[in-house]
Ligand binder design. Structure first.
Ligand SMILES: NC(=O)C1=CN([C@@H]2O[C@H](COP(=O)(O)OP(=O)(O)OC[C@H]3O[C@@H](n4cnc5c(N)ncnc54)[C@H](OP(=O)(O)O)[C@@H]3O)[C@@H](O)[C@H]2O)C=CC1
Ligand SMILES: CC[C@](O)(C(C)=O)C(=O)O
Ligand SMILES: [Mg+2]
Ligand SMILES: [Mg+2]
Length: 331
């Protein structure tokens, strides 16, 4: 059984009189900074000169400064900059200003696990990784809920690194849902696997393949969008609420029979074999090397694919339908 922590296991007192520098104010950065601030923690935001995010952070009432100055004033530095930008930022604006006994924190283990950042031995190295998008980390916090977190300790220089990680997880709302203790290796490999094979890569490919199959067979694209994309969330909400059983309780018996007889024809043993290959490429560093090289080459594949995907018919018809809904889907 995993080691799990909840609010009763966290001691927010360890963050009293401490300053947290949240470096980056994007998806995760804005959520961590605002949630910690609302939880009574002293937060400063570290950004660079000319950052698009700086005005947003200032408008939210937060103190913003350049990263080096933020690190100089901080006890805990949470790095929430894009993974591929972190090593250069760390060398230039973070490492020179680290003091013994400080805490360096990450929301994803990529750079520590793949050896792109090597902190000195006299600082704590922790991870507090929300298992959900940053905008949801913020919206759930505001609703009194929370996104579950993973925590890990890579270096415990002060002897209370785990306590700091748990207090931080509580500050961003994660302990309301559950905080699972793990390692940098396990978080990195499972997170990359999940986003590639299931949550992002897998789900996008499944929805697009379903949409294309219906449209190519002559059905209305709007109908295909409702069936294969919009309804996905409604079905998944039931799974999150009460497991596959609750989803199957709510759907018709006709749908449940189709689920049992067809699911395995779509996600086959071949698919699982490919999933295992994907996991191996994450474990042996092939994916990390490819992603770092793609960035060194200025992202030719990433940028071209992003443009093509944005023009897929499922995106066009989806935008038109969402525009006409009397509420904003997801709200
Ligand atoms: N997105 C998510 O929901 C999740 C992300 N994570 C992890 O969180 C971390 C942050 O990712 P994410 O929130 O997606 O990142 P985003 O791309 O959303 O935001 C990055 C932020 O970093 C700022 N930034 C870029 N370069 C610098 C720099 N040199 N110095 C200071 N700030 C800089 C950007 O500013 P500007 O925009 O002005 O350039 C922006 O505010 C990553 O480790 C990621 O793996 C973990 C769990 C989920
Ligand atoms: C699923 C993608 C994610 O891992 C996340 C939101 O948890 C990410 O890196 O953004
Ligand atoms: Mg993730
Ligand atoms: Mg991720």
């Amino acid at each position: 059984m995993a080691t799990m922590y909840y609010e009763k296991d966290c001691n927010p007192g360890v963050l009293k009189d401490k300053t947290v520098a949240v470096v980056g104010y994007g998806s995760q950065g804005h959520a961590h900074a605002l949630n910690l601030h609302d939880s009574g923690v002293k937060v400063i935001v570290g950004l660079y000169e000319g950052s698009k995010s700086a005005q947003k952070a200032k408008d939210a009432g937060l103190t913003v400064m350049n990263t080096a100055d933020a690190v100089k004033q901080a006890d805990i530095v949470m790095i929430l900059v894009n993974d591929e930008k972190q090593p250069a930022l760390y060398e230039k604006d973070i490492a020179p200003y680290l003091r013994a006994g400080m805490t360096l924190a990450f929301a994803h283990g990529f750079n520590i696990h793949y050896g792109q950042i090597v902190p000195p031995a006299d600082v704590n190295v922790i991870m507090v990784a929300p298992k959900g998008p940053g905008h949801t980390v913020r919206s759930q916090y505001l609703e009194g809920k929370g996104v579950p977190d993973l925590v890990a300790v890579e270096q415990d220089a002060t002897g209370n690194a785990l306590e700091i990680a748990l207090a931080y997880a509580q500050g961003i709302g994660g302990a309301r849902a559950g905080v699972l203790q793990t390692t940098f290796r396990e978080e990195t490999e499972t997170d990359l696997f999940g986003e590639q094979a299931v949550l992002c890569g897998g789900v996008s490919a499944l929805m697009k393949a379903g949409f294309e199959t219906l449209v190519e067979a002559g059905y209305q694209p709007e109908n295909a969008y409702f069936e294969c994309v919009h309804e996905m969330k409604l079905i998944i909400d039931l799974v999150v609420q009460g497991g596959l059983s609750m989803m199957r309780y709510s759907i018709s018996d006709t749908a449940e029979y189709g689920d049992y007889t067809v699911g395995n024809r779509i996600i086959t043993e071949e698919t699982k074999k490919e999933m295992k290959k994907v996991l191996t490429e994450i474990q042996n560093g092939t994916f990390a090397r490819n992603w770092l090289l793609e960035n060194k080459a200025n992202r030719p594949y990433f940028n071209a694919t992003r443009r093509m995907e944005a023009n897929h018919p499922v995106e066009k018809v989806g935008a038109e339908l969402r525009e006409k809904m009397s509420w904003k889907p997801g709200k």
